[in-house]
Design a protein around this ligand. Sequence first.
Ligand SMILES: *[C@@H]1O[C@H](CO)[C@@H](O)[C@H](O)[C@H]1NC(C)=O
Length: 215
Amino acid sequence: MFAKIALSLLSIFALASSAFAAPVNSQTQSLARRYTSFDNWDGISSLSGFDNFYGSDNFSGEVSTQVVAEETDVVCESVSITIIQQKLLVLQEMARQIITEQICEVETQTIVFQQYLSSVSHFSDDIMHTSGLSAGYDSSIVSHYSDLYNSDGSLSAYDLGFSGSDAGQSVVVPSGTNWNSATSPSSVQGAYIAAQSAISGQGAANAAIAVNGTI
Ligand SMILES: *[C@@H]1O[C@H](CO)[C@@H](O)[C@H](O)[C@H]1NC(C)=O
């Protein structure tokens, strides 16, 4: 008797969950499809036109083909590591300034910063010669650095007149690195792994601090 009731309850449950299964699945699918576009995502108007920059379905804007400027002959020259770290920190703080001063919706701040991180991360594959692209920079995009600020030091707010798809169209590839096709593939891999373990070791240490509530 009890088993029979249990069985029929079970089949009612099975029926009910299969009845729910279809709408849940189609919802997931339509969500997945919707997420490839961030134009007005979740009704947020500051995301209007988001997809136009790199093209829809191209969130991280990974450059597929480069146009290398032939006429330049730029050679790398070693500068002290502290100066390099200072310059990269300036760029990092500028990104923070742009995102916090010129976007007011925290959701848009979140999405745009993830796009930035993902887009910048592709450079790793160029440096390590695993992308098929050269490690260089788009000199025409770089030339806009002075357009980011007004003369009074505040952030500018005008259209710089280019799109994400212009990145990689006038690439300068400095020569003079120590790349050696016989030994560098493994030495950069070793360098990459060492850096990654420093990152995750740091992460573990921070997590321990957060859990213990002490430093
Ligand atoms: C994604 O964007 C980058 C940068 O604009 C471009 O080079 C690449 O071709 C785009 N990829 C696709 C699949 O559209």
